[in-house]
Design a protein. Structure first.
Length: 154
């Protein structure tokens, strides 16, 4: 145990007054593969092996980084959600009963007609797809209503 004085948010300890055999607790583990993995921004272990073999990082210990362990942060970052099971049947009985709509944009580059948004409409029954180009998000509803009127007439 150490005793020190607190100055703002830092504890100050006079190490020179401590016996020499107690300083081992203050040393860092330099040959820990997971520690270097975290220090170098969660680099892959194969990348760490390349850095060691080509001697590209000063102070990086020459140990084999084939631990096989994955740190908790990397494991959580690689978790993916299971996708939904695909349906083997059509849940609608006629065209235009259910529509799937996606609005994308704003696009960096404007189209020749001055449009920056794209609305994609897919019919669940026939899987027929329509694409509407929009100048702004605000005109989505009006374009959709006019689209429905035009499609229902056909």
């Amino acid at each position: 145990m150490l005793r020190g004085k607190r100055h703002k948010n830092v504890y100050k300890v006079c190490i020179s007054s401590l016996p020499q055999n107690t300083l081992t607790y203050l040393s860092a583990l330099h040959d820990d593969a997971i520690l270097w993995h975290k220090i170098l921004g969660h680099a892959s272990l194969s990348l760490l092996n390349k850095l060691v073999s080509k001697d590209l990082v000063v102070g990086l210990p020459t140990i084999k980084y084939n631990d096989g362990k994955i740190c908790d942060a990397c494991a959580k970052g690689k978790q993916v959600k299971n996708s939904f099971k695909s349906k083997k049947y059509v849940s609608t009985s006629q065209p235009l009963e259910m529509l799937h709509i996606d609005l994308c944009g704003p696009m960096r580059i404007m189209s020749r007609g001055g449009k920056r948004y794209v609305s994609v409409i897919v019919d669940d029954y026939s899987r027929f797809t329509w694409t509407l180009f929009l100048a702004s998000k605000g005109e989505t509803f009006e374009k959709f209503v006019s689209f429905l009127k035009k499609v229902e007439k056909r």
